[in-house]
Unconditional design. Sequence first.
Length: 324
Amino acid sequence: MIGAATSGEGDAQGDGRGGGGARWALEARGLGKKYRRGWALREESFRIPSGRVCGLVGPNGAGKSTLLGIAARLVEPTRGELRIFGRPVGDPSVMPRYAYLGQDKPLFKRFTVAESLRMGQELNPGWDRAAAERIVREGRLSPDARIGSLSGGQRTRVAFALAFGKRPDLLLLDEPMSDLDPLARDEIASLLMSEVAERGTTVLMSSHMLADLEHMCDFLLVVADGRVRMAGDTDELVPLHTLVTGVTADGGLPDALTAHTVIDVRTAGRQFTALVRHEGPLDPAWQLAEPSLEEVLLGYLRHPEAPALLSPTAVPGHREEPAA
C-alpha cells in the first residue's frame, strides 16, 4: 500500500544494524534548511534503502543540491536530522563511508592524471588503487596527461576514479553528467552501473536527464518547492499511474475521472489526456496506457501541488511486513 507522506514513529534509529549492514543508507526526519532568501528544504522526511540507485529529481531551486550538500557536510541544516547508515551525518565515523561529486567536479587542472590519483590515495586511508587505476585505464587516459588538457568526459572519468577509489558505501552525485555529450554520457553511465553492481554501493544521484534515470535508477526521490513529492521503488510507483485519453464533457473532464487523483491534464480540441493515480477501476470507454517513468516524473514536476506519494519503504517509522 502506498499513501501520502507521513512522519511515522517507532523505528529504532539506524534500524539497529549499524556498520555495513545498516538497512537505510539515508534517513531524514523533519530536515529543513533556511537561507536568507527563504526555505530551500521544508521538513523533509524520507529514507533510502542501502544498495539502491536513487534518482533525485526536481526543478531548479527545488532543494536537490542543498540536500546533497547536507549529506556531504557542506551545508548545515537549520532543523531536523539526517542519518547515514544509522549514524548522524555529523558523526566523524560517517565521513569515510561516502564520496561526493559536485557539478563542477573540482580537479586541479595542473595535476596530471597520475598525480590526481596519488592525491586521492594520500587523502583516503582505505584507498583502492587498483580500482581507481582501472577506471582511468579503461578510458584510455595517459597517466601523464594534465587534467586541464582533458575533455569533459575524460575529466568526469578521473573524478569518478577518485570517488570510487575511496571505496564509498554511499556515492552522492550532483548532476554528474550534465555537461557531457551523449556518447560520453553513455560511457560514464555504464561505468557507474558496473562499479555499483560490483561493490553494492548506494547511489543518490541528482539529474535532469529523465530518460537516463529510467534505465539507471530503481528508487526515486522527487522534490519540489523544498518538499518531497514522491519517493519509493520505481516498480511500485509507476504502475499506480495510468494515462487516460478520452473526450471532454462540456469542455471539462468527465465526472467519472474526479474519482481518481488527477496529476496532469493536457487537452487538444475535445480530447484530453490525463495522468491519473487510479483509485479503482477506470471507465473502459477511455483509452488507457501505462505511462513511462519519464511521463510520471514530468507530471509531478509540472504540478508540485499534487498530493505527495511515498511508498512504505520511503517513510521513516513505517514497519514493513516481514518476508514470508
